[in-house]
Design a protein around this ligand. Sequence first.
Ligand code: ADP
Length: 451
Amino acid sequence: MKLQTKIHLFSSVFMLILIVLINTAIYFLFYKVSADSELDQLAGQTDVITETLNKNPDIAEEELLKAFLPNDGMIRVIDKDSTTVIPTLTKKNEYRRLASSYTTTENRKMDKTANQDNVAVIEKPIIWDNGDIVTLQVSKHLVILQENMKILFYVLLFASVVMLIPILIGANILSRFLLNPIKALTGAMKENATRTKWKKIKVHSSKSKDELYEMEKTFNEMIERLSENFQKQDVFVSDASHELKTPISIVKSYAQLLSRRGLEHPDLFYESVEAIETEADRMQKLVEQMLNLAKSQLKTELQDVDFLILCSEVIKIFQGAASRDIEFTTSQQGFIVKGDRDRLEQVVYILIDNALKYSDNSIDVHLTHDAEWVTFTVTDYGQGIPVEEQGRIFDRFYRVDKARSRETGGTGLGLPIAKEITEAHHGELKVTSQIGKGTTFILKIPLSIKN
Ligand code: ADP
């Protein structure tokens, strides 16, 4: 069943039940109030009859009672054997079938004749002329009440139908109001699923900022991010294949050279094998870094990492491998950050590795913190990075000096990886550099335990 039909059906049935319940309550309340007032009136008349009987003992009771007989009604006198003391007084025979019983208390009740007419009945004990206590039963057909109830029934029925019309129109407007944005959304989703184009939808009602507005806005934001990611992915795939082409074609040329002239020129053999090995290493590094970039998400469970210990360990690895001076300074304690230790280690590694690769002298590493941030800086005194290039070095595969970078085995993926990991830790990575003087990378990670 369509959502539109469901909304129609639910709202109409719900409102119909509500209207029927309210109208039934109105109907029976009106009946109760009117019947009570009719019974009061008849009880008053019965009191007048008993008073007149008491005041006129000389007049025959039957004659007196005849004078009080209502046009549409009946008067009956019942003794304790439940037999009528005088013949039942009535102009219509159907009243004779009304129940008769002896009672010593005053009763008021509603009854129905054989024709289903509503009848008010008052039963009252009185003293008869022979001294016996008998029951005086006075009944009256409630003609006006019956007519009024009939009119009320038709009025309520008409009102129910009239009320249902705006309800149906309202349900229609509501379902359109709710479903049109959903239809637009579904249409856009279908189009996006079949085409490569990323289609957004028109955002309505920006003033009310309701749930539909939120849904449309969120959908457009999602499409924006998807299209950006797909674009990035496209660029990444074409850049990656371009980067891999160079080493592959070098390996292929050397392999061809070997097959053509390798046997006659043994010196070529060693040169070719060395070149093939270097290019294979390059490809391996490139592939490893591409994989690193692809899985830039952090571990789901982050841990408290002591950044001081982490830096000391990475520096120790470099000091063991390279014969370069790394000056590490810090004057504080308490460098605990929340994060993925392996990924943070990778950032520190990339920054120190770059500083060593792109300078020839010693480098300075400094660690400090304030109330909110751990700040890690790596300074080298090398060639520096031109100002216009400083914004681009965080782009994938971007290298300032392609030849130098190739010599040092650079892939142009180190800084993008470092930047992504930093941002995943809600930190920031910046660079300041002066040509010929050197470069400083500043890494900031939020402190886990704020001071
Ligand atoms: P690579 O693998 O080429 O080093 P990166 O992404 O780490 O890739 O760096 C991108 C480019 O930024 C490098 O090719 C280099 O030109 C430049 N660069 C990075 N660090 C430094 C530095 N400390 N000094 C000078 N240039 C640097």
